[in-house]
Design a protein around this ligand. Sequence first.
Ligand code: ADP
Ligand code: MG
Length: 589
Amino acid sequence: MRNPLAAAILTAELNEDSKALRARYQRLLRLYRVSRVIHATLEPQEALRRIVREAVRLVGASSGSVALINPTNGLLEILAARGLPAAASELKLRLGEGITGWVARTGQPARVSDVTRDPRYVRLRPSVRSELAVPLEVHGQVRGVLNVDSDRPDAFSAEDQATLTALAAEAARVIENTWQFEQWRLKARLLESLVSVSRTLNSTLNLDEALAAITREACQLMQARVCSVMLLDATGAWLEPRASFGAGPAYNRRPPVSVEESLVGVVVRRKKPVQVENVQVSGRYQNVELARAEGLVSLLSVPLVFQERAIGVLNVYTGAPHVFSNDEVRTLSAYAELSAIAIEKARLHERIVEAEEQLRQNEKWSALGLLAAEIAHEVRNPLAVLKMLWHSLNLQFTPGDPRAEDARRISDTLEQLDRILERVLGLARGAEPQFAPVQLNALLEELGLLVRHKLAQANVTWQPRLQANLPTVRGDAVQLEQALLNLILNAVEAMPRGGTLTVRTRAVRRPPTAPAPTHVWIQIADTGAGMAPEQLRGSFRAPLRTTKPRGTGLGLAIVGRVVEAHRGQARIERRRPRGTIVTLEFPVG
Ligand code: ADP
Ligand code: MG
């Protein structure tokens, strides 16, 4: 090098270069460390806190924040802050509002050396002099802003801006990851809840228990403070509170609300979710006082829809202001769909239990009717004899004889008795069977459904062996159903610790040489306690002594009568090694 000055300059430049290189290396190293720190958590909130902390540290700022755009309302919300007053976390900016809002709208970074001279600036902290803000972009879309401030004017260099931009790129990835993770976690939680609910609902067929499980699981699912279910009443005009979780007793005693005039009524009418950001100050919400007492703030109400019909609403309340995201609304709606099915299932089951109880009651009444008719028959003949003898006595008393009055009274009383008997017999005749073709297979299948839960409770396996294309029999479906139900219930009641109930049907020929089937043959076989020989004898004729606490001892006698009225045959016998077999036959018709 001939020119010493040039050489010196070159050396100096080289030194400068290597210094810059070193600085750059240092910066990258720090960024790398920072990126490890912020990537090391899957908690969204914790990730945001770390991002802000590292941003402040990296560029030597006094305070900082991360604001993200809420997809539901489009507002920028500060989700994590450092060195800012607590009130900052409540701040919501519209896109374009403040420096942060400007960055979010334009997608450009903003480096403001003196905030007091920037008209965009929104003051959060009095001593702030300069600010640096960069966009957070996910898949080329601005999702938020990373912000740092300093108490010194002109505190941030172009290099700081480059550093913060690099950090923002990393932060956006972290946010995206944790957000995705949140989504999966939400989905996993939904699935878990669904599994848990369906398990609970399968183990309980009671409506109240189902509703309790639904509200409990909904609270868990949505991490809510209170959940409640309201169901439409029979008129469809009122929504009645039916269950809640997380609330006090006063809440459960709140009155029904009108579908026409209430907020939740809208949910039912439109079959669409509705949310209220703060029910305590909402003019549309009915129970503002209660909401205040219970500390309920945000409400998400979704319809319970079964087969296109709204049957009620599921309400979820948070204890702090919250805007439910589209995902949350979708999640709760899916959950509500399942809940509606569970509710209908429980209701249906309750109706079946009622119907079964009703049939049992019917059995008693028809038994009583039969008994009354029998007594009337038995009394009518001796009464006829009495009347005949009385008239043939042809008693004549002289006028003024007090016995004349007695004789007249005896005659009147005999007539009265006759009328009473006629009435009883008339009633019994009114209950005469209505004959029509009956499909016994269908009848048995229906009965199987009817007693399904009783079978499950007793651990009895229902084993139908029904011959296809069975001919119909001519009979009274109600009476046949009553008879078969009694035989099925007897069989179940004989197997309190479980067993198998086999129901067979077959078309048979009597005599076997007949050209076509003449009878339908039904067999009901159990693996239960069996009957004693003296019980078996004549069981279809006279009432038996019942061996059950709530029994009537009339069931088999009624079966006998029904079979007789249908010109059928009935047999009952012991089964080997244990159990009872009842066989019936009815003529085809
Ligand atoms: P109830 O069922 O009201 O007792 P039933 O006339 O139907 O009246 O039956 C009378 C009694 O006959 C029963 O209490 C029971 O002891 C006995 N019984 C009937 N069916 C069976 C069966 N399948 N297995 C064992 N015992 C039976
Ligand atoms: Mg019985």
